[in-house]
Design a protein around this ligand. Structure first.
Ligand code: ADP
Ligand code: MG
Length: 696
């Protein structure tokens, strides 16, 4: 059954092999390998075969599918029909329509690139990611650029970073004599966390509808204290949802593999089998889209926000990352021979150096208003970047650096390139869940990305940073007279310089934050704190030298992120204000009146001095809180007006962090207290307990 549907809607390599003339197939394959632009003649043949196949699958339309900097995907559907002149139509799709599309760039964020370049943008086919049919439409994965060639999307820098890493990794592999390898790609498996709640509850909460998270909500008596949700038995409604999601994904060739319950009530996770990074990124976008659509069909809403509810865990997206040669070798798989081990250690060092040198960029690429609620809370990695290698590997690096035997029974010290590494069991390397960047046996798991964000950002940063380490290593080793001793020394130097980034303890602890500060590691708590690092000269140098970005592209992304942060906070603050004025204040005022009426009625019937402490005291407390709430909401409204007067995005962002967010927290405190005092029937929204346990 799975075999029949898996990839059934994908114009895959197998389908192309079957449907394209041999020369066309080979030419396309070669173009993809060389990363060249497709010849229009070949494109025409491919387009025709693709159209015929798509029509058989029920498609009437096609769309260039792209990933603008909104973080979600965009599509514009055109039908295949073409008039014949005699009142009839035929279905047509040209090579030009396949390889290039036009799109109005002016409605997508461009961060200033639009001012200097034309409003028009174009989309260009990424033939390394297969086309597929979904909802009667042929989807063609594309990159999105301005006519000046500036990247306006999340795919272009990712593809460029993969190329940069490929180039530097091949230099290193040549030094180790791996002449059979012709390309190196990065592989990614992104584990996706999400919440499922009932649609009925969702629609009763303007905060969820407008912002994707609850802005108010008193602590429920039961959250995740009992640890009884993680990997527990899955409820029937959720199971039906997961089954349908899996099937939809399988049809599109997305290898969805694991589905389980997560820590918080109504929180779940989906993990696919890893694939090449750009494909994994496209797939992750499909996963998010399909989960949201399928949830609706089952009367539920899928929340992808990083922190939909306070008091329980938020959601992330663990980005598992590795490097693989076209000959099928995982470069982070420790080997059997001294030679393989030396190569493994060198690639490992490249990542250690990259994470240390570009800890600021790793923090930047996961920064968002949503993720600010998650990083640094005691459930997700701290905002400090560090790396976990596992005890064995850490011990090995330590003994290499110190020049002492690894094992007390051994007499000689470990010589890189001469000795075999002691075997270390993979299982023991995956157990530090508090580390933001953990080596898990043959790959790295970056745990900071937020659940709603594209994984393009984290991956182009990792790829480019590692490419830079490898470039430096290759420059040094290519000059070496004695390769093995230079390699040994390089590894020692690298460990010495970068071991401050290695940490095996509890990343959630206070002591670690103090220790990290002593080590000089960055602790960038909020989005406005870290975004300026995006345009730090060293980072501009990194991206421009590896041709991942031009300087103006970096500035545009910096601005989009900064504006995006302010926009989110502004929407949240306005939503709060509206909820307070239009729902909460009227509700609590009415409830206070009921209490007063009851107190008066008691006195009228039972006489002065009648026992009515509850009504009076509760009414007094509610009344006082109501005044506080009214005042605080006034401060928030004032602050929002003040923000509008500020011109620069960084001033606005800092103001959000220092004023607006603080007032919002205070406001919430008052509302949550009021919620716990008010008659359930009078409170305008379903409470946390009801929402979190709403799915049966
Ligand atoms: P766990 O996190 O529970 O240890 P796994 O190690 O099986 O689970 O895998 C988690 C994710 O990492 C999956 O999406 C898996 O496909 C992915 N993964 C496994 N190997 C690699 C690799 N070499 N490169 C990238 N991702 C990988
Ligand atoms: Mg994992």
């Amino acid at each position: 059954m799975v075999n029949d549907i898996f990839g059934s809607m994908v114009f895959s390599d197998a389908v192309m092999k079957q449907r394209l003339p041999k020369e066309t197939y080979n030419a396309l394959h070669q173009t993809v390998l060389d990363g060249r632009r497709l010849d229009i003649g070949i494109a025409h043949v491919v387009a025709n075969a693709m159209k015929d196949w798509a029509i058989e699958k029920g498609a009437t339309h096609f769309t260039h599918w792209f990933q603008p900097m909104t973080g979600i995907t965009a599509e514009k559907h055109d039908s295949f029909i073409s008039p014949t002149g005699d009142g009839r139509v035929i279905m047509e799709f040209s090579g030009k329509e396949l390889i290039q599309g036009e799109s109005d760039a002016s409605s997508f964020p461009s961060g200033g690139l639009r001012a200097t370049f034309e409003a028009r943008g174009y989309t260009a086919w990424d033939p390394t990611s297969y086309a597929f049919v979904r909802n009667d439409t042929l989807f063609i994965p594309t990159a999105f650029c301005s006519y000046g060639g500036q990247a306006l999307d999340k795919k272009t820098p990712l593809l460029r970073s993969m190329e940069a890493l490929n180039k530097q990794a091949l230099r290193i592999l040549r030094l180790f004599g791996n002449d059979d390898v012709t390309s190196v790609r990065t592989t990614v498996g992104a584990e996706q966390e999400y919440f499922l709640i009932s649609q009925e509850m969702f629609e009763k909460r303007p905060d969820l509808v407008f912002t994707g998270r609850t802005l108010f909500g008193a602590r429920p008596p039961k959250g995740q204290q009992l640890d009884d949700h993680y990997a527990s038995s899955i409820k029937p409604t959720v199971l039906a949802f997961m089954k349908e999601v899996d099937e939809e994904l399988w049809k599109l060739g997305v290898p969805a593999k694991t589905e389980h319950n997560e820590a918080a009530p109504s929180q779940h996770e989906l993990a696919p089998i890893f694939s090449t990074t750009n494909i994994a990124t496209d797939h992750n976008q499909l996963i998010m889209d399909i989960m949201q659509k399928v949830a609706r069909k089952h009367g539920m809403v899928c929340l992808l926000h990083e922190k939909p509810f306070d008091f329980v865990n938020g959601s992330g997206k663990h980005n598992n990352w590795s490097m693989q040669t076209n000959t099928g070798v995982n470069l982070f798989e420790p080997g059997e021979t001294p030679h393989e081990n030396a190569q493994f250690l060198l690639f490992l060092c490249a990542v250690i150096q990259a994470v240390d040198d570009y800890q600021d960029m790793l923090r930047v690429c996961v920064a968002s208003a949503g993720n600010d609620h998650r990083l640094g809370a005691n459930e997700a990695p701290p905002a400090v970047i560090s790396m976990f290698l596992g005890d064995e590997l850490a011990e090995i690096l330590d003994s290499i650096e110190q020049g002492r035997p690894y094992d007390a029974r051994e007499k000689s010290t470990l010589k890189v390139g001469v000795h075999v590494l002691p075997r270390f069991p993979r299982d023991t390397t995956d157990r530090n869940r508090t580390s933001p960047f953990a080596f898990t046996g043959n790959k790295f798991e970056f745990r900071m990305p937020g659940s709603s964000a594209s994984i393009s950002g984290p991956n182009f940063v990792i790829n480019t940073a590692v490419a830079e380490s490898l470039r430096q290593f290759a420059d040094r080793l290519e000059q070496a007279e004695d390769f093995n001793s230079e390699l040994h020394q390089l590894i020692i130097d690298c460990i010495r310089r970068h071991k401050r980034i290695l940490f095996s303890g509890n990343g959630y602890s206070e002591e670690w934050l103090e220790e990290a500060e002593r080590r000089g590691l960055l602790n960038l708590k909020t989005t406005p704190d870290c975004l300026p690092y995006y345009i730090a000269p060293k980072n501009i140098k990194l991206f421009t030298e590896h041709k991942v970005f031009t300087e103006s592209e970096i500035h545009s992304r910096y601005e989009i992120k900064m504006e995006g942060y302010c926009k989110v906070i502004r929407i949240e603050a306005h939503t709060m204000s509206q909820m307070v004025h239009r729902d909460i204040l009227p509700a609590v005022s009415a409830y206070a009146k009921k209490l007063c009426d009851a107190a008066a009625a008691k006195e009228a019937v039972l006489g002065i001095g009648a026992e009515n402490a509850f009504e009076k005291e509760q009414a007094a407390e509610i009344s006082a809180l109501t005044t506080t709430l009214y005042r605080r909401c006034g401060y928030l409204d004032e602050a929002l007006k003040e923000m509008e007067k500020m011109e620069s995005p960084i001033d606005q962002a800092n103001f959000c962090r220092d004023s607006i967010v603080i007032i919002m927290d205070k406001l919430r405190e008052t509302v949550d207290r009021l919620e716990s005092l008010t008659d359930r029937a009078d409170w305008p929204y379903p409470d946390y307990g009801t929402i979190l346990f709403s799915v049966k």
